[in-house]
Design a protein around this ligand. Structure first.
Ligand SMILES: [Zn+2]
Length: 427
């Protein structure tokens, strides 16, 4: 009886896996380029281009589940049956921009790219964007025929040179690529040294340290014409691989790029899912967007801390635990509405605290937890976080997601990252 059950369960798991991936997908990538456009009042998603890469480097299990909600979502349905066969979540610079004052008066367009496994049959793709109250604000549904002759093949030849920095040994490691931004051809060895430093810094933080065999890190030598990156508040503009610049939304230290297609063009043919871009500058700054990219200055003294903080955003979907006493940018007043529970795992508005770290609290932990009690409650509910001094709470007094001086992630961030790593890699 036991033998029969065993055989049955092997068969069942084989069928589930086959249905999950091999039944519907080839081990190649379909790259979907979109334009997100609009203003505070009306938003649009348009399809720009489709392309095919020679391999797939994302998840092959738990295809129809998202570990985190994100601000955007892509769903793939088998056209013949209407069945959901793949989903992923993400956030975008466009949605951050919608929270600026400029978005109240001006329409803008942003590039955005999604990668999905290459479908074997016709599929229906639905991409949606949500606002900070989790209300849908834009949607596009379109069909993809895998044999469409206008799907351009990329990455089959002329692949950007790259070097393996760290190799995981689990069956399906998480593939992270590190790109060079503002490094000229003769500076590539310096870039490889910086990429090595970034990986060492990430892998010196828990839970990445204990789970380092779950990651592959590869450094890609994307070359720039000019050295350094653009710094608008110093009137310095540079011609670089991804046209990144400081002063995003007029915030001096916010370093981002809106040239998303260029990033993915540089990566065609290289197995990747998560992206880190190192900028060849000693100016302080960076940015990280969930399931989009991390971008950080490689020659500032805080590099090691900042690259891990931004990777906490782009890989881990963690929120900023810091808050400002005064306005320092064009961002509108309140980022997280206080009547909605944010989807990020390391902040809460207490609207649905059960979904957060309530089960990690010691019995009788006061809410809010006074900072004077921090030694008694290493995990608490401390007021201030997500850019707000009041109404948003964080799990610990300090954390890698709050300051560059604190040496590690707080226990709640560590737990959230651990769960996510297992989501991607568990058999
Ligand atoms: Zn934290």
């Amino acid at each position: 009886m036991r033998t029969i059950l065993c055989i049955l369960s092997i068969c069942v798991s084989f069928v589930v896996n086959a249905q999950g991936f091999d039944l519907h997908f080839e081990h190649k990538t379909l790259r979907l380029d979109y334009i997100f456009s609009g203003d505070t009042n009306s938003r649009n998603i348009s399809l720009e281009a489709l392309s095919q890469y020679p391999q797939w480097a994302g998840k092959t299990k738990r295809l129809t589940v998202n570990p985190l909600k994100g601000n955007g979502n892509i769903q793939i349905k088998d056209k013949a049956t209407g069945k959901l066969i793949y989903t992923n979540s993400f956030s975008s610079l466009f949605q951050e921009w919608l929270d600026t004052n400029e978005a109240k008066t001006t329409r803008r367009a942003y590039e955005n790219t999604c990668l999905i496994p290459y479908p074997k049959a016709e599929v229906e793709v639905t991409i949606t964007l949500s606002d900070m109250s989790h209300k849908e604000i834009a949607r596009l549904t379109h069909t993809v025929r895998p044999a469409d002759i206008l799907i351009r093949k990329k990455g089959f030849e002329d692949i950007t040179p790259y070097r393996i920095i760290h190799k995981g040994d689990v069956k399906n490691p998480i593939n992270v690529v590190i790109l060079a931004e503002g490094y000229t051809a003769p500076e590539m060895n310096a870039f490889y040294t910086d990429a090595q430093k970034a990986v060492e810094s990430i892998l010196s933080h828990e839970p990445f340290q204990s789970l380092q065999n779950h990651f592959n890190f590869v450094a890609v030598s994307s070359q720039s014409n000019d050295r350094g990156v653009s710094i608008p508040h110093q009137d310095r503009w540079r011609s670089t691989a991804f046209s990144s610049h400081f002063d995003t939304f007029y915030s001096e230290r916010y370093l981002t790029t809106s040239k998303v297609y260029a990033i993915h063009d540089a990566l065609a043919g290289i197995p990747y899912e998560h992206i880190i871009i190192l900028a060849n500058t000693n100016q302080y700054g960076g940015g990280g967007i969930y399931n989009a990219y991390t971008l950080t200055a490689a020659h500032h003294e805080t590099f090691g801390a900042v690259v891990v903080h931004e990777f906490g955003h782009s890989f881990g979907g963690l929120a900023d635990e810091y808050f400002y006493e005064e306005d320092v940018s064009d961002l509108a007043d309140e980022i997280y509405p206080l009547n909605v529970e944010p989807w990020e795992q390391n902040i809460t508005t207490l609207v649905q605290f059960d979904k957060k770290w309530k089960n990690q609290l010691k019995e009788n932990t006061p809410i809010p937890t006074p900072e004077s009690e921090k030694s008694k409650y290493p995990i608490g509910v401390y007021q201030g976080g997500g850019y707000a001094t009041k109404g948003v709470y964080r799990p610990a007094v300090d954390c890698r997601m709050r300051t560059n001086t604190y040496p590690e992630f707080c226990p709640v961030c560590q737990e959230a990252l651990k769960k996510l790593i297992h989501f991607y890699t568990e058999e």
